[in-house]
Design a protein around this ligand. Structure first.
Ligand code: SF4
Length: 355
């Protein structure tokens, strides 16, 4: 790849921007060259990263870039590695092929066709999950549901098929690329309710995606509220798989619908043991809220937005709803729960019967 020449953009330093009142600002593949230059990558390395991003999705946001990544440590910084593509994520021959196309500024259609071929070789839905775990209603498949384990059904809300930032390890990457045939999604929670009424063995629903917390409160409500139907008396838990607490904590603190979201959770935990799973192998903390003194270990407040003094009022709100009560060795699991469940944790014990 050394034959490809690119100009060296200036290495931006990134201003410190106060979090309060900021609106979500995404960075996508078109920003990659500038951002990877900031990490100190050479022109050839940057081209390789861009080549990977023609095949696999890239998206991050200003909060991750400005507050979570230690740019002095990049590209070795763990959060940088968590969200930025790396050349060894694809076979060398595929990286070379895509890089050649980018270097000669091939037409979009040609790049997309080549990217499609590479993706098809990556086993985008391992273990046949697209076909084998899709349940049916009256012999009609429900492609936005997965029923793999008897007691759990997954729903992939149509409007939740993106994330505040994409993780480089994500096995759901096919949901985020330009491959409609590979996507699982459902826009009608009513079908889920009908399915659950015929399957009393199901005790838990996992709302997944993408990241369901990318949806605004009114849309999220359209998927959650039907599950509060009293006829669903076998249902014990509703879980939402999300990294928003790490990637965009403003979602629960300062976003315009933060209060409405917490109010929805309050309705849910009045009936259920609700859980918001902020799952990751890495504890994500804001290095500007205490982690900066020890960036290698990422110490600091686990809810960076909530720790900000500007957010004291809402910090109280958040604290009422979110308790860090995961099992031993599982501390990134954050539970949204009612007080009586606060010490139990969904992963330790199923919720009891409804009051
Ligand atoms: S937040 Fe979850 S769904 Fe989104 S990219 Fe990361 S692991 Fe995948």
């Amino acid at each position: 790849m050394t034959g490809f020449q690119q100009s060296e953009p200036a290495r931006p330093t990134g201003p410190v921007v106060p979090i309060a009142g900021r609106r979500f600002h995404a960075y996508t593949a078109k920003h990659l060259d500038e951002l990877t230059a900031r990490a100190g990558l050479s022109p050839a390395e940057r081209l390789a990263v861009r080549a990977v991003a023609t095949v696999l999705p890239f998206r991050t946001n200003a909060y991750v870039v400005d507050n979570l990544i230690d740019w002095d440590a990049a590209p070795a910084d763990p959060i940088y590695r968590l969200v930025f593509p790396q050349a060894d994520m694809l076979p060398e021959v595929d990286v070379g092929r895509m890089a050649m196309l980018l270097a000669r500024e091939a037409p979009d259609a040609e790049v997309r066709a080549a990217a499609h071929e590479v993706r098809m070789g990556l086993n985008p839905h391992p273990a046949g999950q697209l076909a084998l775990n899709t349940p049916a209603l009256n012999d009609e498949p429900l492609p936005g549901l997965q029923h793999k384990y008897p007691e759990t059904v997954l729903i992939f809300p149509k409007q939740g098929q993106t994330c505040h930032a994409y993780c480089t390890y994500c096995f759901r990457w096919a949901q985020f690329v330009d491959e409609p045939d590979l996507k699982m999604s459902m826009g009608d929670a009513g079908l889920l309710v009908t399915y659950l009424l015929g399957h009393p063995e199901v005790t838990g629903v996992l709302v997944t995606g993408g990241d369901p917390m990318i949806m605004g409160a009114p849309v999220l409500r359209r998927y959650i509220e039907p599950l509060l139907d009293p006829r669903l008396d076998s249902l014990e838990s509703i879980r939402i798989g999300s990294k928003s607490l790490g990637y965009w904590p403003q979602r629960f603190v300062t976003d315009p619908d933060a209060d409405d979201t917490l109010a929805l959770f309050e309705e849910v935990v009045a009936l259920f043991h609700g859980a918001l799973l902020a799952s990751a192998g890495t504890r994500i903390t804001d290095r500007r809220r205490g982690g900066a003194q020890d960036p290698g270990h990422r110490r600091g407040h686990p809810y960076p937005g909530a720790a900000h003094p500007v957010h004291q009022r809402r910090c109280g709100d958040l604290g009422r709803h979110v308790a860090q009560s995961g099992p031993d060795g599982h501390d990134p699991v954050l539970h949204v729960c009612g007080a009586r469940h606060r010490s139990a944790g969904l992963l330790r014990r199923a919720a009891g019967p409804r009051p």
